[in-house]
Design a protein around this ligand. Structure first.
Ligand SMILES: [Zn+2]
Ligand SMILES: [Zn+2]
Length: 247
């Protein structure tokens, strides 16, 4: 059992709220683009799990799954979510046209080009994974190597309910808290976080709906609509460990 499992309800809620506030104040405004992504790129599917699954035993109302969108739509969203405004177009051009790009996000180019080449196969495989990270055996196994935070962000965007990204600051915190270094074993790192979130929910008697509602970005601004299925689980876990103010 790790750090997240031991947080109080109010500490966890405050951390997530602070992450949202910092995001809204920052130049990248991640939290706005996150809302656009949830509204446009994902669907809530009915929970497919047996009653024995952890999610079903905790009031699961459905899981997020990426829609059959095009790679261009995914890429447009990737740059909105993970790159600052002045790098978005050039990063896109680097992925699509091999344009020269030396910015901080240059390590994103190669994994995104790989994804573009294999898009139909990858998205079909991802859509066939219908479980959430909180399900029994629900954390997807990423077989491609994750060698950089930009790989992790890509996989999280593909599995918004099942894979948690990290940044430089959150990775340092993750290691300090005793979790597996995500660059050593990205799947094991994700399993640890979701296992902890299950213990946290059990300790505080929370249903899955209540867990998702610990992340409430729509209470900050009218630019964010409350999503039908609550917040994706990767968002909740990411914000416990990451704030744009502490890069
Ligand atoms: Zn479920
Ligand atoms: Zn389940």
């Amino acid at each position: 059992m790790g750090h997240i499992a031991e947080l109080t309800l109010s500490t966890l809620g405050e951390r997530v709220a602070a992450s949202n506030r910092d995001s809204l104040d920052g130049s990248q405004q991640y939290v706005i683009w996150e809302s656009r992504a949830i509204q446009n790129d994902y669907e809530v599917i009915p929970c497919p799990c047996a009653l024995t699954c952890w999610c079903a035993r905790h009031g699961c109302q459905g899981h997020y799954r990426i829609k059959p969108i095009t790679f261009e739509q995914f890429l447009g969203r990737y740059v909105q979510l993970w790159a600052p405004p002045n790098a978005r177009q050039i990063l896109k051009r680097a992925v699509l046209d091999n344009a020269k790009f030396e910015g901080r996000q240059r390590r994103a180019v190669q994994p995104l080009q790989w994804l573009g080449e294999h898009w139909d196969m990858v998205v079909a495989q991802i859509r066939s994974h219908t479980r959430s990270g909180l399900c029994d055996e629900g954390v997807p196994v990423i077989t491609e190597s994750v060698t950089h935070l930009y790989d992790a962000k890509m996989w999280s965007q593909l599995y918004y309910d099942g894979i948690v990204p990290f940044d430089t600051g959150s990775r340092a915190l993750i290691k300090r808290l005793g979790y597996v270094d995500p660059l050593n074993d990205f799947t094991a790192f994700n399993r640890q976080l979701f296992a902890d979130l299950r213990i946290f929910a059990e300790r505080h008697g929370l249903s899955l709906t209540e867990l998702r509602r610990l992340d409430l970005p729509w209470t900050l601004t009218a630019d964010i609509a409350e999503p039908a299925g609550g917040q994706p689980l990767s968002r909740l876990l990411d914000k416990i460990l990451y704030s744009p103010a502490k890069k």
